[in-house]
Design a protein around this ligand. Structure first.
Ligand SMILES: Cc1cc2nc3c(=O)[nH]c(=O)nc-3n(C[C@H](O)[C@H](O)[C@H](O)COP(=O)(O)OP(=O)(O)OC[C@H]3O[C@@H](n4cnc5c(N)ncnc54)[C@H](O)[C@@H]3O)c2cc1C
Length: 477
């Protein structure tokens, strides 16, 4: 089947209702529910871009030289040109929401592509990962994923005695396995067709831990699988009042596996601690996923820099040196993301799996710096916007009897009152609202604890060259 459009996406969600819970209520149709429907429409619009004549050419590729066009994020890149094409596709999706949708479907598609390309690494489950990738690509399915086990006590691993809450094997049968436990989180779960379950960073090597060494992919409507969503940030307000949360709340859910059956053909890692602990590094997922992440970061930095500029112009503070200095920090973040993306492609190389892999170092640097750069960007919006971020009446205020006061008192030299309010409501939603708060938390943590990730990055970086140079200088002076 070719790449899907938005209608097919929404039909798929309706045809496969999952066991999804929101504030104590079971949600039977996310496409009609106030908490999810407008975000579902936004994801549908991404799929529609695959058929929008103004961009379609940059959104799909011709699989196996047939006439079947598949979504470009599924491409197995074998050349720099493929990476450039994939980057353009990623940017179209990222720009659609100004980067606030972190889990546009390309995020998961590239993870799966990299695993399938490295299928040999999965040993006896090699065919399973290859077939699953093909199945997801050919049906253009939307995936969520969950990596992190819940724990009673964070000092101990999730398999510690009395703390067996994390996802683990319960039974192995002729036709598959039964698993149980809970994981956090699954972003985009309400709006996804399938869930990919991979091992969280490290499964301990002792015997009891091997039942935690699992990976599989199953439909979100599999029996026993339950999603408990956080409160929705789309509270049904107009897009004037809540410009981002009314359209782009991708949702996050706790995932409960209540004796879930997984057929063998959907199992990718089983009872294998060594494979579980090295799957991400060996399959070379990192650089591919980081191309998506840094593209999203660049789109987000571009959006926020643009927003900040419009704010300064509307308030006529764009020539104030302090404000200019703040805004210039946004340029730095934006330009660094762009430069790192370009560097990663120009230094890309074919890896051991025959896949053209973007250079990981600049992407890792850009990704890592964004965990602290993003909160700073939000702080800059607050410093630039100040009380203007709070003096933001609603649509209803403008339409009411006191609307003429707002028209009179809220206009600026360059903007009418309603235009000004529209601009600052956007700035409010990204920097002040609950939606904005979740965005900051997401950027800090979505890809793991930034402190441990940074420590790992230092430990793994090839430091021989810099040590040599430092020693040469020390010995010369
Ligand atoms: C909005 C959002 C969306 C997410 N979406 C997904 C998703 O779709 N799929 C998914 O799999 N995961 C998702 N995650 C989860 C994410 O992977 C985890 O948040 C991340 O791995 C960090 O784990 P944790 O939340 O348990 O925090 P912890 O590991 O408990 O860390 C919390 C804090 O404690 C510190 N800390 C913890 N242990 C130590 C220690 N031993 N020594 C020193 N300091 C320590 C950390 O540095 C950090 O500051 C999401 C998270 C968020 C916030």
């Amino acid at each position: 089947m070719p790449a899907k459009n938005g209608i097919l996406y929404l039909e798929g969600l309706r045809a496969h209702p999952k066991d999804l819970w929101l504030e104590g209520e079971k949600v039977t149709d996310v496409t009609q529910h106030v908490a999810f429907s407008r975000s579902a429409d936004s994801i549908a619009s991404l799929y529609d871009m695959q058929y929008d004549s103004s961009v379609a050419e940059e959104m799909t590729f011709n699989l196996d030289d047939t006439n079947v066009l598949e979504g470009l994020s599924f491409i197995t890149p074998t050349s720099k040109e493929h990476l450039i094409q994939r980057g353009k596709m990623m940017l179209h999706w990222a720009r659609y929401s100004g980067g606030v949708l972190g889990r546009t479907p390309d995020y998961m598609n590239v993870i799966l592509m990299a695993c399938a390309a490295a299928s040999e690494f999965f040993g006896p489950y090699r065919k399973n990962i290859e077939n699953y990738f093909r199945y997801v690509m050919e049906n253009d399915l939307t995936l969520t994923h969950t990596l992190v086990n819940v724990r009673k006590n964070k000092r101990y691993p999730s398999h510690a005695k009395g703390d067996e809450l994390g996802l683990h094997l319960v039974e192995s049968k002729d036709d598959g396995i039964v698993v149980e436990g809970a994981r956090i989180l699954a972003t985009l779960a309400p709006l996804s067709d399938e869930i990919l379950v991979f091992p969280s960073s490290v499964v301990p090597t002792d015997k009891d831990a091997s039942k935690y060494a699992l990976a599989f992919g199953i439909p979100c409507d599999t029996s026993g699988l339950k999603f408990i969503c956080r409160e929705s940030l789309d509270v049904g307000k107009s897009s004037f009042d809540h410009p981002l949360s009314s359209k782009f709340d991708e949702g996050d859910a706790i995932v409960i596996f209540d004796k879930v059956f997984v057929p063998w053909e959907k199992v990718f890692i089983f009872d294998d601690v060594e494979t579980a602990n090295t799957v991400f590094s060996n399959s070379k997922v990192g650089s591919h996923i980081n191309q998506q992440i840094v593209t999203k970061n660049m789109a987000k930095a571009e959006f926020i820099f643009g927003l900040a500029t419009l704010m300064t112009e509307s308030l006529n503070t764009n020539e104030t040196p302090y404000i200019q200095a703040l805004a210039s920090e946004l340029i730095t973040i934006y330009e660094l993301s762009k430069a790192c993306l370009e560097a990663s492609i120009s230094k890309s190389e074919l890896n051991e799996w025959g896949v053209m892999e973007p250079d990981g170092a600049p992407l890792a640097a850009a990704k890592s710096s964004f965990t602290s750069a993003y909160p700073r960007m939000i702080e800059i919006l607050q410093l630039i916007g100040s009380s203007s971020l709070i003096a933001v009446p609603t649509d209803a205020d403008f339409d009411s009897d006191i609307g003429h006061y707002l028209d009179n008192y809220l206009s600026t030299d360059t903007l009418g009152a309603k235009e000004r309010t529209k601009l600052f409501r956007m700035a409010w939603d990204i920097s002040i609202s609950s939606y904005g708060g979740r965005q900051v938390l997401y950027e800090r943590f979505f890809s793991g604890d930034p402190h441990r990730t940074a420590a790992l990055s230092f430990a793994r970086y090839d430091k021989e060259q810099v040590k040599k140079i430092a020693l040469q200088i020390i010995n010369r002076v």
